[in-house]
Design a protein around this ligand. Structure first.
Ligand SMILES: O=c1ccn([C@@H]2O[C@H](COP(=O)(O)O)[C@@H](O)[C@H]2O)c(=O)[nH]1
Length: 234
């Protein structure tokens, strides 16, 4: 996998025109795009289709978390939309994840990657404690990743800080998708478990989701280029 295609640009914009202005300057051979709750709620499946018509592979980041039947149907709808990757919350449990996986069987090799969110990268120890979880973020990620692996999903969303442990435990084919990527000196914003692109590459991350360091930069293309160069030189 080339270093460039590890980058998934998170399109979190209020205005579709602003998102498309950035997209029109991007090369689908060099990055993928992520559509999350904000833009999907504003602009719906049609926006995903517009990106796909521009030849981008899309990660639909809606983090489904509901009863098994509902999640299975939502995941199937994402597959019908032709997305490259879709996700659910691992904390929805094995039955929910198993139903999601089952809903993709009929798509054969055309199915999207199905991954599960472990512990959000914006969360730290105190956030888990507040929820009554008396484990470290790393222990909780490991627990939810094991559940995900046993349910037969393709991988997890985690932070790059857990990548070494997860690759050791579950092997290289278990896909690790990591938000919380911040170039050195960039603002962390609300992210807590962060790493730089070069550090994330070194610990074996498969895909890096990067939003504000690119989309809020004065020159977004220069910011993306700098990240791509950092990865190429790592
Ligand atoms: O644990 C998670 C899961 C998803 N996200 C999403 O990734 C991007 C990150 O954007 P930045 O601007 O680079 O912080 C965003 O769309 C989140 O919804 C995450 O950050 N952490």
């Amino acid at each position: 996998m080339s270093c460039q295609t590890r980058v998934v640009v998170a399109l979190d914009f209020e205005q579709k025109a602003a998102a498309l202005n950035l997209v029109s300057q991007l090369d689908p051979a060099l990055c993928r795009l992520k559509v999350g709750k904000e833009m999907f709620t504003h602009f719906g499946p049609q926006f995903v289709q517009e990106l796909q018509q521009r030849r981008f592979e899309v990660f639909l980041d809606l983090k489904f978390h509901d009863i098994p039947n509902t999640v299975a149907k939502a995941v199937k709808a994402a597959a019908d939309l032709g997305v490259w990757m879709v996700n659910v919350h691992a904390s929805g449990g094995s039955k929910m994840m198993g139903a999601a996986k089952e809903s993709l069987v009929s798509y054969g090799t055309d199915k999207p990657y199905l991954i599960a969110v472990t512990v959000l990268t914006s969360m730290e120890q105190s956030d888990l404690t507040e929820l009554g979880i008396n484990l470290t973020p790393e222990q909780q990620v490991l627990k939810l990743a094991a559940l995900t692996k046993n349910a037969g999903l393709d991988g997890v969303v985690c932070s790059a800080q857990e990548a070494t442990l997860l690759k050791q435990q579950f092997g290289n084919a278990f896909c690790l998708v990591t938000p919380g990527i911040r170039p050195a000196n960039a603002s962390q914003d609300d992210q807590k478990r962060v790493m730089t692109p070069a550090q994330a590459l070194a610990v074996g991350v498969d895909y890096m989701v990067i939003g504000r360091p690119i989309t809020k930069a004065a020159k977004p293309l220069d910011a993306l280029d700098a990240i791509v160069r950092e990865l190429a030189n790592a």
